[in-house]
Design a protein around this ligand. Sequence first.
Ligand code: ADP
Ligand code: MG
Length: 232
Amino acid sequence: MISSSTSPHAGSTQKFALEINSAHKSFGQVDVLKGVNLKLDTGERVALMGPSGSGKSTLLNCICGIEPMDQGEIKLGGVSLNDISAKDLEQIRRQSIGYVFQSFHLLPTLSAFENIEFPAQLLDIPKKERLDRVEQLLDAIGLSQRAHHKPDALSGGECQRVAIARALIHRPNLILADEPTGSLDTDSGGQVLTLLEDLSNEFKVALLLVTHDQASTRICNRVISMKDGSLV
Ligand code: ADP
Ligand code: MG
């Protein structure tokens, strides 16, 4: 099948959810990323390990645009972010990536339902579609009964499940997760990992999982390590 010519990705390779070529990033005199190369297939789950301070979070921040890269190329769904306007760049990042933080970063004044819905509002997804997706995700994370609770009425594990649903509401093809179980006890952490694995399979979404914990790599197809500013 030939894909529609109206697709924003028309003419580009669709194979990799993420492709990083020769990424460089320094903070002052400190070279943190020294030529990072990485490819994630559609739906592939990769664990990124390495000592504290080795640049794992910096790499994730460069992928999602929180930090600018100094040199190199990032492609999302085959589209090089170097070749497009600032407006398209913002749009492609927003659509392609879901981000999960160690400390959840839920909005405290919004309910679980509203937290999950919020990014879909920013992307102008029509209301009916939005509400259907939130219901579906609440069901998938097992929190339909707690939809109207605010984060302070939820446990850490429940908050992270909400954050994962929020990261998926706009149907990204890549989830970046920075130590998502780092603030959780072993049981809740295990549930969060299993959820990430199940949802990655269900939605065919690739996962780049930063973790300290060898046990977390069980849900991943591949494990890589950051060493001296590059991946091994
Ligand atoms: P990791 O996530 O692997 O623990 P980080 O990516 O957070 O590592 O940090 C890598 C290095 O970059 C560290 O030496 C850290 O101090 C430095 N660093 C990270 N962010 C900044 C920043 N915004 N300004 C200056 N230095 C930074
Ligand atoms: Mg970090």
